[in-house]
Design a protein around this ligand. Structure first.
Ligand SMILES: NC(=O)C1=CN([C@@H]2O[C@H](COP(=O)(O)OP(=O)(O)OC[C@H]3O[C@@H](n4cnc5c(N)ncnc54)[C@H](O)[C@@H]3O)[C@@H](O)[C@H]2O)C=CC1
Ligand SMILES: O=C(CO)COP(=O)(O)O
Length: 303
């Protein structure tokens, strides 16, 4: 919706019936009700159109690998901008890592940072990170994808940018759980801060630039997602804390990502206690009180 201000946009959808419905109503009533699709958005379905124009890949993380393999021919030799946040359970890779593996002739990039889809579509001011290892392509993407209300900052650190977006969702589930369980805002601040330390520990071990985590894609998105009940990850955590049900059709990236991150951390002998606690919460191994006991009873250490 926001990119349509810059020129024509083709919106590809995998479900022909849904594409036809969006074409007719000019609205995505399932995912973004109340927002009109501008006239410059054209709906398409079937094979992804070939070409050399950038493609934005906006789908849940655990479906990205299958999508890349299925459409590899159409996606070759063009910039592919991942919009998803997470770590693939099968490979332990983030979105740009998966793109590099599955579409080796494409140029991987990632668009990430603090932003709710509805805020962007409503034209509310938003700032994001656009990371691309090839800075020439990154500059082109920054120009093409910036709109009057969406301001993009450029980076070449795709690994750091994608780790920030993946890891903040895990911490947001933890924050939702403590608020839902009535454990207080001081506990949430502690989780956000120690969660950020955990994010930095993994990012450093994997070779990300330390400054990237301090930017929009790391600290910025952590601040938004851990404090807003617009966030599905935070709301999922709230439901765990309250012992309430949660709509399973909603995309909650932090749940699978917590498990994928824990597996990578273990392989690197890294201590990630909050990720461990969130994994135990989402798999039902521990209740919130037990997870909190586990965190509080750890040996005392330097900050
Ligand atoms: N909604 C938001 O505010 C934001 C979402 N994101 C990220 O964007 C990614 C997608 O999230 P949302 O769009 O919110 O989820 P959503 O659940 O609203 O929509 C997911 C879309 O992906 C499609 N999809 C599902 N499986 C697919 C497959 N196998 N192949 C192709 N398409 C498939 C669905 O039909 C649906 O249109 C997530 O990684 C999320 O973290 C990032 C920033 C903001
Ligand atoms: O990534 C987001 C905000 O930057 C969206 O958060 P949720 O996926 O938790 O809704």
């Amino acid at each position: 919706v926001t990119l349509a201000q810059n020129g024509p946009v083709t919106l590809w959808a995998r479900d022909p019936a849904h594409a036809a419905e969006m074409q007719q109503t000019r609205e995505n009533t399932r995912r973004l009700p109340g927002i009109s699709l501008p006239d410059s958005v054209t709906l398409t379905t079937g094979p992804v159109p070939k070409g050399d124009t950038p493609c934005l890949l906006a789908m849940p993380m655990q479906t990205l690998g299958g999508f890349l393999l299925e459409h590899a021919e159409s996606l070759a030799r063009r910039p592919l901008v991942a919009c998803c946040k997470g770590m693939d359970l099968t490979t332990g890779l983030g979105p740009t890592g998966l793109i590099a593996q599955s579409c080796p002739t494409a140029t991987p990039a990632i668009l990430t940072g603090p932003s709710f889809a509805r805020d962007i579509a409503l034209g509310l001011p938003t700032a994001l990170t656009l990371a691309c290892g090839d800075d020439h392509t990154g500059q082109m993407l920054q120009r093409c994808l910036t709109t009057p209300t969406l301001r993009l900052y450029r980076s070449t650190d795709t690994l750091g940018a994608e780790l920030g977006g993946a890891l903040k969702n895990v911490i947001a589930i933890a924050c939702g759980a403590v608020i839902g369980a009535g454990l207080g805002e001081s506990a949430r601040a502690a989780l956000m801060t120690r969660g950020f330390a955990e994010m930095n520990r993994l990012a450093h071990a994997l070779g990300a630039h330390p400054q990237t985590l301090a930017g929009l894609s790391g600290f910025g998105d952590l601040a938004l997602t851990c404090t807003s009940d617009q966030s599905r990850n935070y709301r999922y955590g709230l439901s765990i804390g309250k012992g309430a049900g949660f709509d399973p059709s909603l995309t909650v990236e932090g749940s699978a990502t917590a498990r994928a991150v824990l597996a990578r951390a273990r392989a690197l002998s890294l201590d990630m206690p909050i990720t461990h606690a969130v994994t135990a919460l989402v798999t039902g191994e521990l209740h919130v009180a037990q997870a909190m006991d586990m965190l509080l009873s750890r040996p005392l250490k330097e900050e």
